[in-house]
Design a binder for this molecule. Structure first.
Ligand code: MN
Length: 161
């Protein structure tokens, strides 16, 4: 079920993060990169997509990118998939209080639209995403490839083409 993992990790009495609706059927092809000063600084890259990639409720497919989304061609950065976030999270900025999941400050580093989304599957599992970003900082064609680097983490490589 959409957002189950997201809800399990949070107490909405304690954090101002959005609880989110789960019945959104059509996305607006937006993306966001949130700079997250948690225990370790990282950038959360989120794409507004269906939960099951080609079907399902619209969620924010999410990755933690320790070094940020590359702005230049030729740099490959690790992106670790995290739980789907509600679409409303796309505007979230603020402080997640101490003692809560992801405690620290969140601010939007870049946002905009994506286009020309292309998905490739391998044995019915998502393998490659290709898309064009039109943000303020991020512009151009990007590729994400799921890797087999780690058995217990859902790791991807993210780079600009
Ligand atoms: Mn984060």
């Amino acid at each position: 079920m959409a957002l189950e993992k997201y809800h399990k990790k949070r107490s909405f009495k304690k954090t101002t993060e959005p609880q989110g609706k789960i019945d959104i059927v059509k996305g607006k092809n937006r993306f966001v990169v949130q700079e997250h000063h948690a225990r370790n600084l990282h950038y959360d890259f989120r794409l507004e997509l269906p939960e099951e990639w080609r079907s399902g409720s619209i969620v924010l497919k999410s990755w933690a990118v320790p070094k940020g989304v590359p702005t230049e061609v030729g740099i490959k950065h690790l992106a670790v998939a995290t739980e789907d976030h509600p679409v409303e999270y796309i505007d979230f900025e603020g402080n997640i209080p101490e003692g809560n999941y992801g405690a620290g400050t969140v601010k939007i580093w870049d946002s905009g639209k994506f286009s020309k989304m292309k998905m490739e599957f391998e044995r019915k599992k998502i393998k490659i995403l290709e898309f064009t970003l039109s943000g303020k900082k991020l512009k151009g064609d990007y590729v994400m490839i799921k890797t087999n680097f780690s058995a217990n983490r859902d790791s991807w490589l993210l780079f600009k083409k």
